[in-house]
Design a protein around this ligand. Structure first.
Ligand code: PDD
Length: 284
């Protein structure tokens, strides 16, 4: 039987209930993380926990538990569900209250978590995907990992309707990120990605790749670049906890181009896999 985490309890999925007054349900008033589990161990757990606490602070939610208490609860859920390869979704909403735009600081935040089995992304990692280039219509605090993802889900649907696996977004002509991923380009052996500011989510995978690239001696430029640059890229890929490093072979939509799956992407893929293996086998 599947179990989920609600606040400090692990309960059977069938008994899991959320109030219709939950502010997450009314306003998208909450935050979340997706954390990968490899060989029974969390990958990059501390950065995910830190980002969740940062997001909470940015939206003025005072958490009634410490980072360690949260980690303990997530570990209990992982053990209960016996996840070997998969991921854990954790969200915190501001709590349940009468519907009112004005939130009170007295509400009790609601913690919710569940695990998911691994969905293999191997074919995409090997063969690449098409990406649909479209305008970024989201708000100006994309650095917060908010559960309010309307702009993201609309972009993802649009991409899928054009037979693309991801949307690549641009704001005022500068490429920001994917609908649920960060975007990197390779040009003349240099790696380019948008800087970690309010216009993108500073992905944990993005940060791991920047560290890996530095180790490999690959130059990295964290600066905005115009969408037209996509058409002339040597290589391009999107990254996230779920898809690791997934190459892009075709851009459609507002930029049209065909790319080859190049050596730097492959090198980074291998180095990231190695890093994941080392870190997850060290922590079990
Ligand atoms: N999304 N940018 C956006 C908008 C994202 O939604 C995500 C991840 C990322 C990459 O972040 P990370 O490397 O920390 O996973 C960037 C998750 C996986 C999701 O919503 O399912």
């Amino acid at each position: 039987m599947k179990h989920v985490l609600i606040n400090d309890s692990i309960v059977p999925e069938a008994e899991a209930q959320v109030s219709y007054k939950d502010r997450g349900y009314h306003f998208g008033d909450g935050i979340y993380e997706v954390i990968r589990i490899y060989q029974g161990a969390f990958f990059a757990l501390d950065p995910h926990i830190n980002r969740l606490f940062d997001s909470a602070e940015k939206i003025d939610i005072a958490l009634p538990f410490s980072k360690q208490e949260l980690v303990d609860r997530l570990n209990v859920l992982k053990e209960k569900e016996v996840v070997i390869d998969g991921s854990l979704y954790v969200q915190i909403t501001r709590g349940a209250a009468e519907r009112n735009h004005l939130y009170s600081r007295e509400e009790q935040p609601i913690l919710f978590g569940f695990t998911l089995p691994d969905k293999s992304n191997e074919a995409n990692e090997t063969n690449g995907i098409s990406a649909y280039v479209t305008e970024d219509i989201r708000w100006l605090r994309c650095d917060i990992k908010s559960i309010n993802l309307l702009g993201n889900v609309m972009a993802k649907r649009k991409a899928s309707d054009h037979d693309c696996g991801e949307a690549v977004l641009y704001r005022e002509n500068a490429v920001t990120e994917g609908s649920s991923s960060n975007l990197f380009l390779v040009n003349n052996k240099t790696l380019y990605t948008h800087p970690a500011n309010n216009l993108i989510l500073n992905g944990i995978t993005r940060q791991e790749i920047i560290a890996v690239a530095a180790e490999l001696g690959i130059d990295i430029v964290e600066e905005p670049f115009p969408k037209e640059v996509l058409a002339h890229a040597d290589e391009a890929f999107v990254t996230s906890t779920s898809i690791e490093i997934t190459p892009i072979h075709t851009f459609k939509g507002d930029v049209e181009a065909t790319l080859t799956l190049g050596p730097i992407t492959k090198q980074l893929q291998q180095a990231l896999k190695k890093r994941i293996k080392t870190q997850t086998s060290a922590s079990v």
